[in-house]
Design a protein around this ligand. Structure first.
Ligand code: IMP
Length: 401
């Protein structure tokens, strides 16, 4: 049985919290796309863990964790995260030999290109994600399995640097010294080599176990279906998780979509319900909306039903979790975007969100929903808000956080 957790907005919906909540029901937790651009913080027994690359199951003593073929792995970061644990977690982690590697030059390229884009910058996390996926698609990438033969890998990289000499020069990036690179790769092999296997085969051999695919980033950042070019470089939607793990669509049991009770976005790109006034500020403050990976303040605004319905459909959600409802506590009225306006009304999510204006309806606010643990105990207006969203997005809201 394979279940999947996916973000329905522009990321940071609180997927990690739901994963932590349900992780104990699963034997294998799988990351299938993205890299260390993702991030979530978990506190266990008073110790804080910032996870970027490691699947959340590392905090569950009984679960196996898989970094699937669709992930881009920055070995330095992965080693750092592994070493941050007091106990050895290496016997609980497998890394796909087909997963692509991020090297320092990918990070340098990402940052240099963002600088050159100036006001048109995407606002990437600067972690080398785009350049590593670009190399993968151009068929010049490096797979984790290649660490097995470092001589051959060095030869390949030397050729890569030679081919890209002009590009590196243009971007003002130094080509790394081969000696230093060899040292680094040897270190990666020593630290990670034993965990690098064919994870597709491992998953197939373990179909009798319960598996959870843990999504990173979110639907509206999908390279195909998101707000291109202001997206990440992987397929973040449910079907991408299957490609990124080697699991067949027929194995998928349940898709759980995660959305916040409002909307946030980090980085640039269209965001129809963004509120740049006092309401947005209040949401940011009450929701502590600052990035886990980069610390950037998140752009904040109201719930967008059009975008959420699109995301529910793209992912085939069986159920939805609405997170951080209590951040909206204390508003007299809460707004919900139910359609867009651009030369008339549109009630679907267009391929470009250019010049789209939100059409809002206002619902009555509520005083306090924080610390409530039973549906019956929620204020009436908060219940009405959730029921309204459920009706509009077309999926059952099973969890409210
Ligand atoms: P990249 O993934 O670093 O290339 O960044 C591309 C876009 O995706 C930027 O707008 C980032 O802010 C956004 N992004 C990437 N990862 C996350 C995430 O985990 N949460 C929220 N936004 C993200």
């Amino acid at each position: 049985m394979v279940d999947l957790i996916v973000g329905l907005q522009w990321g940071d919906e609180g997927k990690g919290k739901i994963v932590d909540l349900v992780a104990k029901n699963y034997d294998i937790i799988i990351r299938s796309q993205g890299g260390h651009n993702a991030g979530h913080t978990v506190v266990v027994d008073g110790k804080k863990y910032a996870l970027h690359l490691l699947p959340s199951g590392v905090l569950n003593p009984n679960a196996m964790n898989v970094i699937g073929n669709g992930v881009v792995v920055y070995p330095k970061q992965l080693i750092k995260e592994i070493n941050n644990f007091d106990k050895n977690i290496k016997n609980k982690l497998l890394i796909s030999d087909k997963a692509h590697m991020i090297l320092d030059h990918h990070i340098a390229i990402d940052q240099a290109r963002e600088k050159l884009r100036g006001k048109n910058a995407i606002g990437t996390t600067g972690r080398g994600i785009g350049p590593a996926y670009a190399d993968k698609i151009a068929r010049v990438g490096i797979r984790m399995g290649e660490l097995k033969n470092i001589d051959k890998l060095i030869e390949k990289l030397a050729h890569y640097y030679e081919m890209n000499k002009g590009y590196f020069e243009y971007l003002g990036i130094d080509i790394p010294s081969i000696e230093k690179l060899r040292e680094e790769l040897e270190e990666y092999k020593k630290a990670l080599g034993d965990m690098i296997v064919d994870t597709t085969k491992y998953l197939w051999d373990n179909f009798d176990k319960n598996m959870l695919l843990e999504g990173a980033q979110a639907t509206l950042l999908d390279i195909d279906h998101g707000t291109y070019p202001y997206v990440t470089s992987s397929n973040t939607i449910a079907s991408g998780a299957l490609t990124g793990s080697g699991l067949s669509p027929k194995k998928l049991n349940k898709v759980i979509g995660i959305a916040k009770a409002y909307t946030t976005r980090v980085g640039n790109g269209p965001f129809p319900t963004e509120d740049i006034g006092s309401d947005g500020d209040k949401i940011r403050k009450q929701g502590a909306e600052f990035g886990t990976t980069t610390g950037r303040p998140r752009r904040c605004g109201w719930f967008d039903v059009v975008a959420a319905r699109y995301a529910v459909e793209l992912n085939g959600c069986d159920e939805v979790a609405i997170m951080k409802l209590d951040v909206l506590d204390g508003f007299d009225k809460v707004k919900v975007c139910i359609a867009y306006e651009r030369e008339g009304k549109i009630d679907y999510f267009p391929s470009d969100l250019d010049k789209v204006k939100p059409v809002y309806i206002e619902l009555e606010g509520w005083d306090k929903s924080a610390n409530v643990t039973k549906w019956e105990d929620l204020p009436n207006n908060a219940k009405k808000y959730i029921e309204f969203l459920e009706d509009k997005i077309g999926s059952h809201i099973k969890y409210v956080s």
